[in-house]
Design a protein around this ligand. Structure first.
Ligand SMILES: [Zn+2]
Length: 329
């Protein structure tokens, strides 16, 4: 298959009803190009950009973008979809968790990036300047990394712009997952969305969400949650017709007040005592951390009452790593 190399989505000139494959050249790094597919509906309309593979071992979202791209009903689509299955190619190709093997940076912490920065910063800059700022909506798909378990949720970033915020909120609530949260950059309130793709998109004026399902390896249930969610969200934006499909949640989503991490106080083997989706009280034991040099075993307790949305599997945790993330209800 031949792919046309482009520097910006402004160069796309697809006729209505066409599908084409491209590669986006990363500015200042001509050897790096990110594959993407564009689907132009039969009628003109808004443009939705879907990204996954911001993190290298989040395979359910990557598989979901592959499947969703082939499932789009072109005659039923109004507008365009721009779909990137893997935006962090260095992390994907090396199966690296959280960070890039090239510069040690977490792509989802460096948006909007820097043109002449490191490769991860350049990828962020190119995506922000040449794609995200030129589309109408953005959905960034994630899951747990291969080392994590995760309960499905969607987040949107509050900007203060009523129109952007209400559309971001609609994307999140229509996606079809049970848990939704509004996030901000204030670290005193728990998890901060500073430097994330969806927060920077929203601040640029593009309604956006991050939607998460799955635990690293691609499983059919999580892939289905994400492809159904994309369909639901596109329908809510009136880009496709039909009734809302059921997602992983059959009713209205529940709103989380904040996301609170419990971090490792020393390096050790973490063994969780609960499953993601479990409800816990503040102070409940949620796992144990064992220093294998001293055989010191320490109880890990929940920082708040809520639901466990992300946790490390039974693996080595470095000091400062997030062991468990609590969604506070
Ligand atoms: Zn991720």
């Amino acid at each position: 298959m031949t792919r046309r190399l482009v520097k910006t989505v402004d160069e796309l000139n697809l006729a209505q009803g066409q599908i084409a494959h491209y590669s986006l050249q990363v500015s200042s790094n001509p050897e790096m190009a990110l594959p993407f597919t564009v689907v132009a509906g039969k009628k003109p309309g808004k443009t939705l950009c879907v990204t996954s593979g911001v993190h290298g071992t989040e395979y359910s979202p990557i598989q979901a973008v592959v499947e969703f791209t082939s499932q789009i009903d072109v005659p039923d689509l109004e507008g365009r979809m721009i779909l990137f299955p893997v935006v962090n190619l260095p992390a994907f190709q090396s199966k690296s968790i959280f960070t890039s093997p090239v510069d040690g940076l977490n792509l989802n912490r460096v948006f909007p990036g820097r043109e002449n920065g490191s490769l991860t910063e350049a990828i962020a800059h190119t995506l922000t300047q040449q794609v995200v700022s030129k589309v109408d909506y953005l959905i960034d798909l994630h899951s747990g990394e291969i080392t994590e378990d995760l309960f499905p949720f969607a987040l949107y970033h509050e900007t203060g712009d009523k129109v952007v915020d209400s559309q971001s909120r609609l994307l999140a609530t229509s996606f079809g997952v049970e848990l939704v949260a509004k996030t901000g950059t204030n670290e005193d309130e728990g998890w901060s969305d500073k430097g994330t793709l969806y927060a920077v998109a929203a601040e640029t004026g593009v309604p956006a969400i991050i939607a998460e399902a799955g635990s690293g390896e691609a499983d059919s249930k999580s892939v289905s949650t994400l492809t159904t969610g994309l369909t639901n969200a596109a329908r809510a934006m009136k880009m496709i017709g039909g009734q809302k499909q059921r997602g992983s949640s059959s009713g209205q989503p529940r709103f989380l007040h904040r996301l609170l991490p419990r971090k490792a106080e020393f390096s050790g083997l973490f063994c969780p005592t609960h499953a993601v989706g479990d409800h816990v009280h503040k102070g409940d034991t949620i796992g144990h951390l064992t220093d294998i040099l001293t055989m010191t075993k320490s109880e890990v307790t929940s920082p708040a009452a809520g639901v466990i949305i992300v946790q490390l599997k039974s693996i080595l945790a470095d000091v400062g790593d997030t062991l468990v993330e609590i969604g506070v209800l």
